[in-house]
Design a protein around this ligand. Structure first.
Ligand code: HEC
Length: 205
């Protein structure tokens, strides 16, 4: 099993934040390292862990969207995708597949949690709740191609929180959201950032 390191460096940002009593630290620069790895023990940096998890999530999501939804609903037109997929004997939406996976993971482990959120959510449950989630979603929407990394304290636990853009890669993403009765935004264009994947790891101190 991959060991998630416990040691924290005393990087200047953390030191400065501690001095002025700021609870949130963010690492939004491209390529900036979180500085949270246990180099002595050769551990994996938090940022590398979330990047790896995200690579799997994003790939599975894109494969499902292209090979299942895109092929069977748009190209072959043999079945529909619908949020009411049980009643309508349809395919679950990509976001629903993602949430079912996240819920199953949450039952299995407390080593990490993840979710698909948006500043313009169709489902109000998918809106950001913490300051870092809001900051991260705004950052990835304003800076296409860049990820967001930060730290936050929720209750007594400190977390490393990463946010990755979720992009409208197919016309179906954009048209469904723009036309959905519950969507607070109706002007998405192909290639726009529509939300973000939030991955959170507890930092053991
Ligand atoms: C057929 C309609 C439809 C399609 C196609 C679709 N979505 Fe969604 N999307 C939804 C619905 C409905 C939800 C809310 C699902 C839930 O959590 O209950 C959602 C949720 C989301 C969320 C979470 C925030 C929110 O709006 O609730 C994001 C981000 C998102 N979709 C992006 C995408 C992207 C990117 C694609 C294309 C890869 C896509 N969607 C394809 C309907 C759609």
């Amino acid at each position: 099993m991959t060991k998630i390191p416990f040691a924290r460096s005393t990087g200047s940002r953390i030191a400065i934040a501690a001095l002025v009593g700021v609870a949130l630290v963010s690492y939004a620069e491209p390529g900036a390292r979180a500085g949270l790895f246990d180099s002595d023990k050769g551990g994996v940096a938090y940022q590398d862990v979330t990047d790896m998890l995200h690579a799997v999530m994003e790939s599975d999501r894109t494969v499902y969207t292209r090979q299942v939804i895109g092929r069977l609903t748009v190209k072959e037109k043999v079945i529909k995708a619908s949020e009411h997929f049980v009643d309508e004997k349809a395919l679950p939406l990509p976001a629903q597949m993602f949430r079912f996976g996240a819920e199953m993971v949450a039952e299995k482990t407390d080593k990490f949690t993840y979710s698909l959120l948006s500043l313009w959510p169709v489902n109000a449950q998918n809106k950001p709740r913490t300051d870092i989630e809001k900051e991260g979603l705004k950052f990835v929407a304003d800076n296409p191609g860049k990820n967001f990394y930060g730290e936050e304290k929720l209750g007594d636990v400190k977390y490393f929180t990463a946010v990755y853009a979720d992009t409208g890669v197919a016309e179906a993403c954009v048209s469904c959201h723009n036309g959905h009765k519950d969507s607070p935004r109706t002007d998405f264009k192909l290639g726009d950032v529509m939300g973000g994947v939030v991955i959170r790891l507890p930092i053991k101190e």
